[in-house]
Write a protein that binds this ligand. Structure first.
Ligand code: ADE
Length: 238
């Protein structure tokens, strides 16, 4: 049977999904709680991976190797970088890159050494399902009113981007980046190595600027949980 992993970095990003699992059973491994259950006709493993690329990579490796997940959906929040990517918007990644990877002059900037690539593509089918779900949610749901769905490059690094200067710097060198977060590209690299499909959906909690810290905390407290739940459930039901 296929097993779908659903992953978020923080408690709030998966909290509203946990009560939706039928026949919930929890196993602890590598310091994480892996929740097993049924969700909208899918056999699901739900887990909070923790914040940052290493935490995401460890969790992804456990999901794919120990638990044999056949595909992985990552849900959570991100800072908006691209023009017109506003708080409350939804971003579905088509491709991901580690913005803090730099082994120059041995390898080109951003390239993951010895892989020959800097960008890791998300699965088109799962991304399309998430995009359709995000689009519908943006149009209809009270907490996503007037939101826009974006699809494109999401960049990840072990840094919470919280100044105009830093977000401007990122955009200057990666002008097609829509959003910045701290896990997606690590998940992408591990899924690539295991040849398993994955997709990443993020709701924009802040603009990665000097107000990011306050906006992020407010958004995570008030809307991150229902946002994640609704977009993931709509994608599973599609
Ligand atoms: N996740 C949400 N907002 C973020 C930001 N500004 N920087 C990095 N990760 C984030």
């Amino acid at each position: 049977m296929t097993r779908l992993a659903i992953v978020g970095a923080m408690h709030e990003e998966i909290a509203a999904l946990r009560p939706c699992l039928a026949g919930l059973r929890t196993e602890r491994r590598a310091g994480r709680d892996f929740h097993f259950g049924g969700l909208d006709g899918h056999d699901v493993i739900l887990v909070r991976c923790g914040i940052g690329k290493v935490a995401a990579a460890i969790t992804t490796a456990v999901l794919l190797d120990a638990y044999d997940a056949s595909a992985l959906l990552f849900t959570g929040v991100a800072g908006g970088l691209g023009d017109g990517v506003r708080v409350g918007d939804i971003v579905v990644a088509t491709t991901l890159l580690q913005h803090d990877m730099n082994a120059e002059p041995l390898f080109p900037r951003w390239e993951v050494p010895l892989t020959g690539r800097a960008r890791f593509d998300a699965d088109p089918a799962w991304s399309a399902r998430l995009a359709r779900a995000g689009h519908a949610l943006a149009a209809t749901n009270a907490h996503a009113r007037a939101a826009t769905l974006h699809q494109g490059l999401v960049v990840s690094g072990d840094r919470f981007v919280a100044t105009h200067a830093e977000s401007d710097q990122l955009l200057a060198v990666l002008p097609d980046a829509l959003a910045v977060e701290m896990e997606g590209a690590a998940v992408a690299q591990v899924c690539h190595d295991f040849a398993r499909p994955f997709a990443v959906v993020r709701t924009i909690s802040d603009r990665a600027d000097d107000a990011a810290h306050g906006d992020f905390q407010r958004f995570v407290r008030d809307v991150a949980a229902p946002y994640s739940r609704d977009v993931v459930r709509a994608a599973l039901a599609a």
